[in-house]
Design a protein. Structure first.
Length: 184
């Protein structure tokens, strides 16, 4: 992982996840935020912990939830990260509390970053129309149908939103997101 990140000292970043999150798409942004001097908080509809996955089939580590989604407020955070994992992203995109939480970041014009399947929820909250985005290839049609210009690039920044394709893009994703947060 790249250690030369822009500094975000004093910033608190929400990382919205549930069971089925792709392990490196959670752990690497958490480490990058910490390395850059920020504080990451895991937000989840789960009460106390969640199950990460390696791919969609292999159970991996458990993680403690810092703030339960039902009591989380976008006003308490400077930015939002939406990791992927098919199961995680599919559960969150239909969760009304998650939709409201994500929408609040856009309404407040705070940076949002989504990787792999993470952008799925952005179609539900109508935040891709007119934006250049990328994602895991299987989301291309969903994002295009929601009005996005889908591109096949490692990290795309468009009007306060950072998107990336897969765990292979995590260095670019983290750098683009932390740069956006550091710029306010």
């Amino acid at each position: 992982m790249a250690e030369n990140f822009p500094q975000i000292t004093g910033k608190t970043i929400a990382v919205l996840v549930t069971d089925g999150v792709e392990l490196p798409e959670l752990t690497e942004p958490l480490a990058a935020i910490s390395s850059a001097g920020g504080t990451a908080k895991i937000i989840s509809p789960n009460e106390s912990s969640l199950q990460a996955m390696e791919g969609d089939w292999k159970h991996s580590d458990h993680f403690d939830v810092d703030v339960q989604l039902s009591s989380a407020s976008a006003g308490d955070f400077d930015a939002l990260v939406l990791p992927g994992g098919t199961l995680n992203a599919d559960k969150l995109r239909i969760n009304e509390d998650a939709q409201k939480f994500v929408s609040a970041f856009f309404a407040a014009e705070k940076p949002v970053a989504a990787i792999c399947h993470g952008p799925w929820i952005l179609t539900e909250v109508d935040q891709v129309k007119g934006r250049r985005v990328t994602s895991f290839p299987s989301l291309k049609t969903d994002l295009t149908n929601a009005g996005a210009e889908w591109v096949d690039e490692a990290a795309v920044v468009s009007n306060g939103l950072v998107t990336s394709r897969t765990p292979d893009d995590l260095d670019d994703f983290n750098h683009a997101f932390l740069t956006l947060v550091s710029q306010g």
